[in-house]
Ligand binder design. Structure first.
Ligand code: NDP
Length: 478
């Protein structure tokens, strides 16, 4: 008995059973089966996009203050239903209950933030001389597709769908096949909040469903979060409908700790950066680049704190739950075993926990050469590696020598050094003396292999708006 609701599709304001393959997932903490569901077939994906297309004129023409009222109401409904939604996320993903509660709160906050933006989507006027007036109107882009990963199902869904709806666009979402449960719950609440039928649809399924959605004629923009390899495929598929893409891809984010850093603060940030959500975080700080003189002291602090972390059933709110699936556990084990076979020093963990469920303990490898597989590839698990550095310039060189460029952390007491680094790090976001701080109103997204475009904050609206220029010629009185 999973206690999870039935997962189904949500099309045109009502639930529908999928007509595709049958799926049955397992609870990652105890390996017991969860409620079965059926994926969408290709016709249902097309139907969802057609429905979103049909709903577009009505939603786009809804007065900004009325659009805002619907989104504010949806935020309130999420807040009222927060305990139930958090339990769904905790059981399905395997994340500690308090972290799941935080995710649900973030989902409500995205809708509140973007509700407030509905009546502030101003255009501009462009000077062309006294006999012409040029102006832009911020029109909704059209039907938007949202292809989601499994690590933050409800908050990542809200991160994309809230600005799309605020802009007057409509949406079709495909959650990960591993985490289908919360998406339809959110869509149901949206309908309850007064969103017109068809403005927000959900289709379930795996990679094929995602590919069908991204390549569907009628889709104007695809927002994808996941691995870089899949991001490339999404980009290709989106070329069929000539849709825009926002790609929030992987990372191998560096946290630089210099000699003068507050080591206690750094230990807290590094620990949170790699072990939160069992390291299944795109912005995880998985590469610690530490000044040689303080490296061992910092590792001692990290190891002490990590050893004290409690692994357990998500509903008991431990410090760390299981990984999301057997496949993810095998992937993490694979990286660790290959690193051990190469003779790298494993200072902590490195061995699967002997209990049912997909648990993996906090693991730290020290002094890894930058070219090693485990230093370059996204493990997406609770595995930290360290590099030793000699000063800020050396740290910068190591940090930038990686194909990814999502976020970075810097710990130093010198503001000059911090800013010097922040301006030169090849990433989309830099945290100084507080890794993963800042919240969801700050633009977020990567450079290099970490993606294209920005989500969160006001910058997150631009993907869903298509400015139209209107040029008025007015020769004057005749
Ligand atoms: P994917 O990138 O494969 O999946 C992300 C989403 O894309 C899922 O909804 C997936 O469907 C869908 N998808 C898969 N193939 C296609 C396709 N050809 N066209 C359109 N959509 C598609 O991630 P995985 O779940 O397979 O995880 C693998 C690795 O990716 C992780 O170990 C991690 O390294 C990285 N990752 C990074 C994330 C991030 O936030 N940066 C998030 C998740 C994973 P479905 O899963 O249902 O098959």
């Amino acid at each position: 008995m999973s206690g999870l609701p039935e997962a189904c599709l949500w099309i045109d304001g009502a639930d529908h059973p999928g007509r595709g393959a049958a799926r049955c997932l397992v609870d990652p903490a105890i390996e017991a089966p969860l409620s079965p569901f059926r994926e969408a077939d290709a016709d249902q994906v097309a139907q969802a996009v057609a429905t979103a297309s049909a709903a577009l004129p009505r939603w786009a023409d809804t007065l900004p203050r009325d659009r805002a009222a619907v989104l504010f109401r949806l935020a309130d409904l999420i807040t009222q239903d927060a305990d139930r939604l958090a339990r769904i996320e905790a059981v399905n993903v395997g994340k500690p209950l308090s972290q799941a509660c935080r995710d649900v709160g973030r989902a409500a906050d995205y809708f509140r933030f973007y509700a407030g933006a509905c009546d502030k989507l101003n255009g501009e006027t462009i000077p062309l001389g006294p006999d012409q007036t040029a102006l832009t109107v911020a029109e909704p882009v059209g039907v938007t597709a949202h292809i989601l990963p499994w690590n933050y199902p409800i908050s990542t869904l809200a991160r994309g769908v809230a600005p799309a709806l605020a802009a007057g666009a409509t949406a079709v979402a495909k959650p990960s096949e591993l985490t289908p449960f919360s998406a339809v719950e959110l869509a149901r609440l949206a309908t309850q909040a007064g969103l017109p039928d068809g403005a927000f649809n959900v289709v379930l399924g795996g990679g094929e469903t995602g590919a069908a959605l991204a390549g569907q004629e009628g889709v104007a923009h695809v927002t994808f979060t996941g691995s870089t390899a899949t991001g490339r495929k999404v980009m290709q598929a989106a070329s069929t409908p000539v849709a825009g893409v926002t790609l929030e891809l992987g990372g191998k984010s560096p946290v630089i700790v210099l000699e003068d850093a507050d080591l206690d603060a750094a230990a807290v940030g590094v620990l949170r950066g790699i072990f939160f959500n069992a390291g299944q975080v795109c912005a995880a700080g998985s590469r610690l680049i530490c000044a040689r003189g303080v490296h061992d002291a910092l590792i001692a602090k990290l190891a002490e704190k990590a050893r004290a972390m409690r692994l357990g059933n998500p509903l008991d709110d431990p410090d760390m739950g299981p990984l999301v699936s057997a496949a993810q556990l095998a992937r993490v084990e694979g990286f660790v075993e290959r690193a051990k076979a190469q003779g790298f020093t494993c200072a902590l963990g490195g061995q699967r926990v002997d209990r049912p469920g997909f648990f993996y303990p906090p693991t730290i490898f020290t002094d890894i050469p930058p070219e090693a597989e485990i230093a370059r590839e996204e493990v997406f698990g609770p595995v930290l590696i360290t590099h030793l550095c000699d000063g800020a310039e050396d740290a910068l060189r190591i940090a930038n020598d990686n194909p990814y460029g999502l976020v970075a952390g810097v710990y130093t007491r010198s503001h000059d050094t911090a800013l010097w680094l922040a301006r030169r790090l090849e990433v989309g976001q830099v945290f100084v003396n507080g890794f993963l701080s800042g919240g969801d109103t700050v633009p977020f997204g990567g450079v290099k292999h970490s993606g294209i475009g920005r989500e969160k904050g006001l910058a997150g609206l631009s993907a869903y708006l298509a400015p139209k220029s209107i040029i008025l010629n007015h020769a004057g009185p005749t």
